[in-house]
Structures are given as structure tokens and as C-alpha cells.
Design a protein around this ligand. Structure first.
Ligand code: DAK
Length: 259
């Protein structure tokens, strides 16, 4: 699908897309072109009204994404570095605001920009060999693609601080314990488990799934009162859809819903 060099975008089934970062020789490090291609792939998915789930993973068995591309960053000026960071931040934010669930399938190293990409997915499944970390301070820089903000929101301030200032990597089991990932699977099963979860999501009402994602993603940055008011509004909106009529009729008629 499309002429990408550094990523692969494929439809695993009609409504389930998979985006693979495909630079295995450099452990799928993110250079500018890769992020540009990711943004174009997100546009394709966003414009396909039948898309229901996006999976994101890395090529090969060793790495999800080992960070931003250090060889490309080495010579950046301050303004170029700022612009690179802004490009990645905007692209990752689009994943959070994409109107379908995005599942990160972390199949190895998720370091720096790779950990930040994984954290921009709605939730993460990890392979047993996954390793998460923010080693940027060892390169003389701060995190640049949202890690200093998303990691504390996911694992709490103290644990995030430890990881961000020490650069210590955590393995899949520790990531599971800390709530960074939802499940850990053997590497060979990771894609299948991602696909199984995507199929479960696809069985549900598509509008309800989209609105639920919006509630969780936007609501977490609001105070409880405004967040709950948004929930009432979007709950009400569901009653304007055929989906609500079909879902509730199907329950009462004791048959599966046809969405
Ligand atoms: N960039 C470029 N190349 C990379 C890379 C990366 N992040 N990670 C690995 N590679 C390349 C290696 O250079 C090597 O290339 P060759 O020597 O074969 O040509 C190849 O991938 C295989 O890697 P290794 O030989 O090192 O493999 P090992 O199994 O021995 O080690 C490793 C795997 C993941 C532990 C190691 O490769 C590693 O430590 N990689 C770097 C991890 C890292 O530091 N990631 C964070 C990158 S910095 C900002 C904007 C952006 C950022 C920060 C601030 N602002 C504007 C403020 C950047 C954030 C980052 O992500």
C-alpha cells in the first residue's frame, strides 16, 4: 500500500490496519523521513471510514523502535532539533486523537522515541523480549517526543523520574507490573494476539468505540466534572445512531448485534 520506504502499511483484514516501522538494520530507528511516512500512513487510515483498529509494530524480532535516529540527530542545529521534535510530537499526538483504537505491539527494544511511540498508542501488548527505556540523558539530551510527559502519566511520577534520569531499561515483566503494558506474550504470538484483540473491538458498535476512545483520551486531561459532562453528551449522542437501536434490540431479542 503506497510507496513507502521506511514503513509498511497493510490491511490485515478489511477494517484492521497494521503499520510496521521497517528499518531493521538500524533497529527501526526513527529518522525524519520515517516520521513523515508515518504521518502519511495515519492520513490513509484516518480517511478510510471503514478502518476500525490500527496495530503498530517494528520489523524483525529484536526491536520495536530503538529511538530517534542518532546518526541523523548528531549534527542538528537547535532549531532543526526543535522542528524534528515538533514533527514527531504532532505525528504521535495524531495517534492519540485518531478516531479508532491504536494498539502498540512492542516486539523488542522500545527506547527513547520508540518508548514514546509505544506510549502514544492507546494500549500496548509486549513480547517477552521487550525492553522499555528513555536513555536520552546518556546522549546529553532530554526526551524529545513526549516521554517526560507521557511516562509519568502512565507509570507515576517517581518511577518515570527514575527511568528518565537514570536511563534504566525495564523488561516486559516489569513494564507489566508498572502498568505500562497490558499483556506480555511470546514473540511468535504477539501479532496474533494483537489481531485477536482487534477482532474483539471490531465486533462492537463502531461509533460507540470511537466515542469511547475520544472520552478516555480527551477526558483524562480535564477535571472530573467537565470530563463526566463530556461523557453525558457523547452517551446522549449514541442515541442518535442506528447502532444504539440495533445493539439494544439485539440484546432484548437474544441475538447477536449486526453493526
Ligand atoms: N539511531 C541510529 N542507529 C541506531 C539506533 C538509533 N537510535 N539504535 C541502534 N542503531 C543502529 C546501531 O548503530 C547499529 O548500526 P551498525 O553499527 O550495524 O551500522 C545497529 O542499529 C544495530 O545496533 P547495535 O549493534 O547497537 O545492537 P545491540 O544489540 O548491540 O544494541 C541497543 C541494541 C538498542 C541497546 C543499542 O543499539 C542502543 O543502545 N541503541 C541506541 C538506543 C538509544 O539511545 N535510543 C534513544 C535515541 S534518542 C529531542 C529530539 C529527539 C530526541 C531527544 C530530544 N529534542 C529536540 C529535545 C531523541 C530521542 C531518542 O530517541
Amino acid at each position: 500500500m503506497s510507496n513507502f520506504e521506511n514503513i509498511i502499511l497493510e490491511q490485515l483484514q478489511d477494517s484492521i490496519y497494521c503499520l510496521t516501522i521497517n528499518r531493521p538494520k538500524v533497529l527501526n530507528a526513527l529518522n525524519k523521513q520515517t516520521i513523515t511516512e508515518m504521518a502519511a500512513a495515519i492520513d490513509i487510515v484516518a480517511e478510510d471510514g471503514s478502518a476500525r483498529v490500527l496495530l503498530i509494530t517494528g520489523s524483525g524480532e529484536k526491536s520495536f523502535v530503538a529511538g530517534a535516529d542518532i546518526s541523523q540527530m548528531q549534527t542538528l542545529t537547535a532549531l532543526e532539533a526543535k522542528s524534528f521534535s515538533e514533527q514527531a510530537l504532532a505525528t504521535f499526538r495524531r495517534l492519540e486523537l485518531l478516531d479508532i483504537p491504536v494498539i502498540g505491539l512492542v516486539n523488542g527494544f522500545a527506547l527513547g522515541g520508540g518508548c514514546e511511540l509505544a506510549m502514544s498508542c492507546d494500549f500496548i501488548f509486549a513480547a517477552q523480549n521487550a525492553k522499555f527505556g528513555q536513555p536520552e540523558v546518556g546522549l546529553g539530551v532530554t526526551a524529545g517526543f513526549g516521554g517526560s510527559q507521557r511516562l509519568p502519566r502512565l507509570v507515576g511520577r517517581a518511577m518515570a523520574m527514575e527511568m528518565l534520569v537514570s536511563g534504566r531499561m525495564i523488561d516486559a515483566q516489569e513494564a507489566l507490573q508498572r502498568g505500562l503494558v497490558n499483556h506480555v506474550y511470546p514473540q511468535a504470538q504477539l501479532l496474533e494476539e494483537g489481531l485477536n484483540m482487534a477482532k474483539k473491538i471490531v465486533k462492537n458498535g463502531p461509533v460507540a468505540v470511537k466515542l469511547t476512545k475520544e472520552l478516555v483520551q480527551r477526558g483524562q486531561d480535564l477535571d472530573l466534572e467537565n470530563a463526566c459532562a463530556m461523557e453525558s453528551s457523547l452517551f446522549g449522542l449514541c442515541f442518535a445512531s442506528d447502532e444504539q437501536k440495533e445493539g439494544m434490540s439485539a440484546f432484548l431479542e437474544k441475538r447477536p448485534a449486526k453493526f
